[in-house]
Design a binder for this molecule. Sequence first.
Ligand code: CA
Length: 229
Amino acid sequence: MKLKARLLLVEDDSYIATLLAAHLGQGGLSVMSARSIESAGRQLEQHDFHLVLLDLGLPDGDGKDLIRSIRRTSDTPIIVISARQQEQEKVQCLDLGADDYLAKPFGMDELMARVRVALRHASVMQLRERQVRVGELLVDLQQEKVSLAGAEVHLTRIESRLLLLLAQVPGRVVTHRQLLQEVWGPEYIDHTHYLRIHMGRLRGKIETEPANPRYVRTEPGVGYRLSEN
Ligand code: CA
């Protein structure tokens, strides 16, 4: 990373905010802080950020409202950092367009790893990368072709669309709802059994051990993610 990535940290707990800002700063990021939704909104108007780290329980509202308002105008990666552990909360944030969700308490190494993934995705999106490689799996996003150890894998249209959706954001969870909506349409967002069936078939074609998948990982109750290289 040549330019310092600029990060907005939205966290009202001053002890956590100070700790995080120190670590992120040591990790080479330039950190600005906001303690409320209102102050975050102001900072976002005044500066361009490469990444937003967002707590949900804020004094003037729910951080989810901020995800919603950021996504109306920008693709800036958002990582939610929250003490709320419920799966439902996580799913809602991801469905609203957050890129990742880290439950407190978390380790600094874990945080830095997620930050790097999010920043890499942001630059991948800018470069419009055409191919994604994970281990021996190669997904060509442009030509919509998939190969494993150099041999083309023949996928059905549905299997291929599912894999391409995951491959657009390697390492990041894509929720059940997002996958169902993209592949089958908005009226199918509750048909999670479709996903189980077709992901099972997809794994049968690309995984050596479909029961212990190396490429397409299950995030229980939330969605699926393609492993990173
Ligand atoms: Ca809080």
